[in-house]
Each structure stands twice: as C-alpha cells, then as structure tokens.
Ligand binder design. Structure first.
Ligand code: GTR
Length: 440
C-alpha cells in the first residue's frame, strides 16, 4: 500500500507516471487492444430503441445514471440543500494586479457541524459590476498552491497528506506557505479574469483526503447511519465525494445570489463551468453527469474512470486503478477488475449523461497511461445522444486530430503535445469554448 501512496504522491508532485506494480505490464500496443462491444447509448437494456429526446431524458438517461451510481462512483447520501453554514473569512479588492476581488469563504456543508470546512478561494473580475460566468475547479495541493498571492489562506486539510504524518500543525503550515504557488502554472487565473470569468477553487482534501483509510476521515463518516463504519458496496467513494463538494460550492453561490454577500452574488450560478484535471477530471465529469446545474464540463487528461473507454484496457485499466486507489470508486466497481467486458456501460455514456450541455475532453500526447485514443473515441461515441437532443455533438468528427488542433462542436476535443499536465494552451481552448456558450 505504501508503494501506491508514494506513487500517487509522485504523480501529483511531478505530473509524471510511475507504474504501480501489477501482475502484467500495461498495454500500450493498439494491436493488442481486446475486441470489445460498446453498449449503444440509444438502446434501453430491454432492447427498446430510444427514438426521442423525451425517451432519453425520461427513461434511458436515468437507466444509465443509475448504473454509474451503483456500479462505479457510488450513490451519494441524500442531502438537504440550504442546510449549510458559511462565513466569509476575507474579502479584498484590487488583488492580482488590480484585476480581482478576492473572497475566501468557509463552507460547512452540515449545519452545526464545523469539523470539515471547505475553504473556497474566489477571484471575481473587478472591471465589471455585472454578474459573471465562473470556472469551478478543485485543486490538488491547497488554495495557497494555485497562486503566489500571499494572502491566500493555506489549506490545512493538506495536513492529512501522508507526507505530513506526525508533523505539528505549525510545521505543516510553514511548509505549505513556503511552497505557495507551486502549481500556479496550471492556473492562469489572470487570463481567466481578463476573459471575464470568475475563478473559484477549493482543495479536494477539504472534502475527502485522497488516501485509503477505509473512509474514516473526510465527509463520509458524517453520513453513516448508526452502526455503519464504511460506505456500502454501492455507496460513494472519494471521487463521488469530490463531485459532491463541487455541488455544495454551487449551492453556496446559489444561496448567496438570493441575498446578502456584496460580492458573492456577482457569480452567476447559472453559468458555472466545472473543470478538473486527472483524478479531478474524473470528478468533474461525474459532477457534470450527476448534477445538471453545471452547464459546461471540462475534463483535462482524466483517463481511466474519466473520459477513456474502459473496455479498451489501454494504459491504466479498471483493475489497476482499483488496486492503486481502492477508495476512488465504490466497492461494486471492483467486480470489473480484469473483467471490463462485463461492464454494462462505458465512459462514452458518462459523457452522454452531460448532454446536451457542452463538454470539452482534452488529452495529451505523452499521456498514454490515460489512453488519449480511448478519450477521443468516448467523445465520438457520445455524439449520437447529443445529436438526438438537437446539438451538433462531435460535429461529424471521425478521425483523431493532429496535436494542438481542437475538433468537434458541443462535444469538443484536443490532444496537446506534451505530458500529463494543464497548460496555458489547454486553458486558452477552454476559454474560447466557454465563450461560445456562457457569454451573452
Ligand atoms: C494516476 C492515476 C490516474 C490519474 C492520475 C492523477 O496515478 O493512475 O488515473 O488520475 O493519477 O490524478 O494525477
């Protein structure tokens, strides 16, 4: 297990892949991809063809959503909206070279339970008093890591990172502060603001620390029924918890819109794009699939369990991901280890669940572990649902494009040169894409 933890940390630190040990080597050879049949998104499990958008919305979509819930991400507990506590801990104008109002907010999703605050960092463009669309994104290493802005409160939940084990809180804080801005290259916040969007982020550890502790920390225990000590086989893993956290952040801005908060109401909760990279790209896709209030979804290098087709078993496979990260998906998903052909769905249907809302899937050329071709094909095979719902879907794209040549329509795709990462190139494409759908 230790090996896998070190592996996970290494990936986050250097954005590179080091393989976990596993029975056989991962397959990177296209000719060795097994033969597979993908479920047809427009045929019900009982064989009935989906012939109308109503039938998709009322029958087939719920059927697929149910399968993803019970067999992969796990069901989230019932949550009564508007039952959270929150406090604005800081609000300041003229930050980021005069471009932004900065807000730092503590959110307590369960009233009177202040044990796991989600600390939100929000930058809102200062040059307008209009409502603005926003990008919501969870981050890997704490709010203090996304920017060198030295007034950003360090995300102390990072203290759960196994690398900090046993260290006193002051030392953790000192280390976090010393590494301010360490992932800033992934977050061109000023560019996002210049383009008229707010940027809202929180650390995923605030919702559920990313290691396998049998679901004892993070949000899960707060929802256990008496006597329960871990989620049932069809109940939420960590990815579903992270997606749940994104919904709570949206709840907050919806609530804020209704009254108080001078600046919070400047974010238009009906124009929120959800973004995620890698494991958080998986979470962004699940957030978009299971939460229709997110109106645009961006999956950056999400790979296995995200945008890549599982049945291709190329690079990272279901068995590998469930072994290295047993806490990401629900227990039921382990039935498909080395057994992808038994999956009653595949990841093109995760994308189809987002239809007709715009979705951007991005791969990177050197990120073969995430199976770029599998991500492309999932985008392509999601298109019939988008088309049934009256959009242009993948706009007839049938061939994988050259690197750095975005393709598609409402479903968009690019493969960037370079490695597993988020770059300004990626963000420029996302902003252009968002402009089409979120700007008046
Ligand atoms: C890897 C994992 C991938 C991807 C990546 C990341 O270790 O195998 O599925 O999610 O982590 O999140 O950086």
């Amino acid at each position: 297990m230790l090996k896998f933890r070190i592996y996970a940390i290494t990936v986050v630190l250097f954005g590179e892949f080091i393989m976990p040990s596993y029975a056989s080597d991962p397959n990177y050879d296209e000719s060795k991809v097994p033969e597979y049949t993908l479920p047809d998104s427009l045929v019900m499990r009982n064989g009935e063809r989906v012939h109308s958008s109503e039938m998709w919305t009322q029958k087939r979509r719920p059927e697929i959503l149910h399968l993803f819930r019970e067999e992969m991400f796990g069901k989230t507990p019932k949550y009564q909206q508007n039952t959270m506590d929150s406090e604005i801990v800081e609000m300041k104008e003229n930050t980021l070279n005069g471009k932004a109002h900065r807000l730092q907010i503590r959110l307590y999703p369960i009233k009177n339970n202040h044990s796991f605050p989600i600390t939100i960092l929000a930058y809102i463009p200062q040059n307008t008093s209009e409502k603005v669309p926003a990008f919501f994104a969870l981050n890997f290493k704490g709010n203090q890591a996304v920017t060198t802005d030295n007034e950003v409160i360090p995300s102390i939940s990072m203290g759960y990172d196994p690398k900090f084990k046993g260290k006193p809180q002051e030392e953790i804080l000192r280390e976090l502060t010393e590494h301010r801005g360490e992932t800033a290259s992934r977050w061109p916040i000023e560019m996002i603001l210049d383009r008229g969007y707010a940027f809202v982020t929180a650390c995923y550890y605030d919702i559920d620390p990313d290691f396998n502790d049998g679901f004892q920390n993070g949000v899960h225990p707060d929802f256990y029924v008496p006597g329960q000590t871990q989620p049932a086989p069809d109940e939420w893993g960590s990815i579903a918890a992270w997606a749940w956290g994104l919904s709570r952040i949206l709840d907050y801005f919806e609530g804020a819109e209704k009254g108080e908060g001078e600046l919070t109401h400047r974010i238009d909760p009906q124009k929120v794009a959800v973004f995620g990279h890698s494991r958080l790209g998986k979470a962004a896709l699940w957030a978009g699939a299971s939460e229709e209030r997110f109106v645009l979804v961006i999956s950056n290098n999400s790979g296995c369990g995200g945008a890549a087709l599982s049945k291709r078993a190329f690079g990272e496979t279901v068995g590998r991901i469930n072994t290295a990260f047993p806490h990401w998906f629900c227990e039921n998903f382990k039935k498909y280890n080395e057994n992808e052909s038994a999956l009653p769905f595949d990841q093109h249907e995760l994308i189809a669940l987002i239809a007709p809302r715009p979705v951007y899937i991005a791969s990177a050329l050197e990120d073969q572990w995430a199976d770029p071709k599998g991500e492309f094909l999932a985008a392509q095979y999601a298109s019939p649902v988008y088309e049934l719902l009256g959009t242009d879907g993948f706009a007839g794209t049938a061939e994988m494009p050259e690197p750095n040549h975005p393709v598609g329509g409402t479903i968009h795709y690019h493969i960037r040169t370079g490695k597993h990462d988020v770059t300004p190139y990626d963000w420029r494409q996302y902003l252009d894409f968002a402009d089409k759908y979120l700007k008046p």
